[in-house]
Design a binder for this molecule. Structure first.
Ligand code: ATP
Ligand code: MG
Length: 515
């Protein structure tokens, strides 16, 4: 009831109908409303006010009607209620016309519930009298949403501020609107200095053209050059995403300073380059050592032999028989030939590495070609070994360099003879693999075999297996074989069993056209 019957006289000149209308209008509102007279006394309240009083156990049966609201506020103000002080002063300002409306949000927590209200105070004239309307609106729900929103905003800001990547939001024109702490740190600005800068202030030419810049939208990181406040350039990853908001689109940019990673990458590449150079250097040194030790050993033997024959001719030439002199001269010639072969081998390898060997290929029948070589070997080594040729076909035409392939086959046959005991058979076989259009040549012996530890380096120049004992050799033969086969676009592999023998397998493409 706005105006209790015993207080109706306060409303001079009002009609009962008008009062009832105002009362029912106020009762329909959810705000708790009290009407004060010009002195601040409550002269009426609405239904929501009464309900609030009832549900909060307020004892006044008159719901405060007749009480001076201003005096109540003053009492609370004395108890240092900041809100009460402000409300009291607001009511006074409105009473004396200093203000039209006063509004204040205040907490009003019950023992069981946290509540917030907004009090709105304004003034109106009821016929000739001034009236103050005090409306308390429960805004707890709104406040709760507000609190939740600001908490989640704080949480998001905390996360954004604590990531290592820079995050900046820019408007369509490229001006920075917000930025996190990491971006300020990356670019060397204070956070507030960043706001309002244009994105182009933070990077080099790459993205200055706006079109190319907005085309980056939604794409993954771009590696571009950033510019710090002090002008230093640095590499950064940059990605851009368009975000549609109610009041227009903004772009968020994620920025990652990759200076450290770049430096590491460069260091790793440099270290790898140095490692390759070091390995090469080490390999060269070891090649040189192997070469020198081989030369020391292999040159000494023929030179000592030449020296011996020379001494013999010089000291005893006059008294020796012509046959003995002839034998000494033959020996000198043979040893010189041996030395020449060695020099030739070294030259072949070093020349091919430096400038590449040219292949002078021709069409020839591989069957007769191999057979001739085998027969030659059989004839020369008939005293110690038997050298056999196995082949089921009469003719197999292939495009090969007869001189180069001969070096390969003779080296393999020499090895097979050298590394197998006297009396054994060495076999060269030739078959054709029609499906693959390949010729397969195998050189097989039943000799000492090759230890596992030597397999990997067998084709390297000057490498000799650990089981060769005193058998002579330079370790160049297989390197030359491999090179010869590769010049024909072929491959060479081997199978070996210690103490049982070794087979070298050459596969030659028949379609090979010499370069
Ligand atoms: P050379 O330069 O005079 O041929 P080499 O025979 O020692 O000297 P390679 O022909 O390159 O050199 O052979 C390298 C090594 O491989 C040999 O020293 C030997 O240890 C091993 N080897 C090669 N062929 C055979 C084989 N048929 N049986 C056993 N070991 C072999
Ligand atoms: Mg050899």
């Amino acid at each position: 009831m706005l105006i209790p019957s015993d207080s109706r006289d306060n409303f001079s000149g009002t009609s009962g109908e008008a009062e009832a209308f105002v009362q029912s209008a106020l009762d329909a509102l959810s705000a708790h409303i009290a009407i004060l007279d010009e002195h601040g006394s409550i002269i009426g309240v609405n239904a929501a006010w009464q309900l609030f009083a009832d549900s909060n156990g307020l004892s006044d049966p008159n719901y405060g009607i007749g009480t001076n609201y201003l005096a109540v506020c003053d009492i609370s103000a004395k108890r240092r209620s900041r809100d009460a002080i402000m409300v009291a002063s607001g009511i006074r300002d409105i009473m004396n016309g200093g203000m039209d409306e006063f509004q204040l949000e205040y907490p009003c927590h019950s023992p069981t519930e946290k509540r917030w209200f907004v009090v709105r105070i304004s003034r109106f004239d009821w016929y000739d009298d001034a009236r103050i309307i005090v409306a308390h609106q429960n805004v707890t729900e709104l406040k709760r949403v507000q609190i939740e929103l600001s908490e989640s905003k704080r949480r998001i800001e905390a996360v954004i501020d604590n990531v290592n990547n820079g995050i900046v939001a820019i408007n369509r024109k490229g001006f920075i609107q917000t930025a996190n702490r990491a971006s300020a740190r990356i670019f060397g600005y204070q956070l507030d200095e960043l706001i309002g800068l244009h994105l182009r202030d933070l990077m080099t030419e790459t993205l200055k053209d706006e079109q190319s810049f907005y085309r980056l939208n939604g794409q993954h990181g771009h590696e571009i050059t950033g510019v710090r406040k002090d002008g230093e350039h640095f590499p950064m990853y940059f990605s851009l995403n368009r975000l549609e908001l109610d009041d227009g689109a903004i772009y968020t940019c994620i920025i990652q300073d990759i200076t450290y990673r770049k430096r590491m990458e460069t260091e790793i590449i440099e270290r790898e380059r140095m490692q390759v150079a070091l390995d090469k250097e080490r390999e060269l040194r070891s090649l040189k050592n192997r070469f020198l030790s081989m030369m020391g050993h292999e040159l000494n033997t023929p030179l000592a032999s030449i020296n011996l024959s020379y001494d013999m001719l010089k000291k005893y030439g006059d008294v020796s028989t012509p046959e003995e002199n002839e034998q000494a001269l033959d020996n000198i010639q043979q040893q010189v030939g041996h030395l020449r072969d060695m020099v030739k081998d070294v030259m072949t390898l070093s020349r091919s590495e430096a400038e590449g060997l040219s292949v002078d290929a021709e069409q020839l029948n591989l069957v007769t070609y191999c057979q001739d070589i085998v027969e030659e070997f059989h004839f020369i080594h008939s005293k110690t070994h038997s050298v056999d040729f196995e082949c089921d076909i009469k003719k197999l035409m292939a495009q090969i360099d007869r001189r180069i392939l001969r070096r390969a086959l003779t080296n393999l046959l020499s090895n097979a003879i050298k590394y197998s005991p006297n009396g054994q058979t060495v076999t060269l076989s030739l078959i054709v693999d029609d499906a693959q259009e390949q010729a397969i040549i195998k050189v097989k012996d039943t000799g000492m075999g090759i230890p596992e530890e030597d397999h990997a380096r067998l084709f390297e120049p000057f490498h000799r297996a650990t089981n060769v004992d005193n058998l002579p050799g330079t370790g160049l033969g297989l390197a030359i074989v491999k090179q010869a086969i590769e010049l024909h676009n072929g491959t060479i592999t081997f199978e070996t069993v210690m103490g049982e023998g070794t087979t070298f397998i050459i596969v030659l493409p028949l379609q090979h056209k010499a370069d």
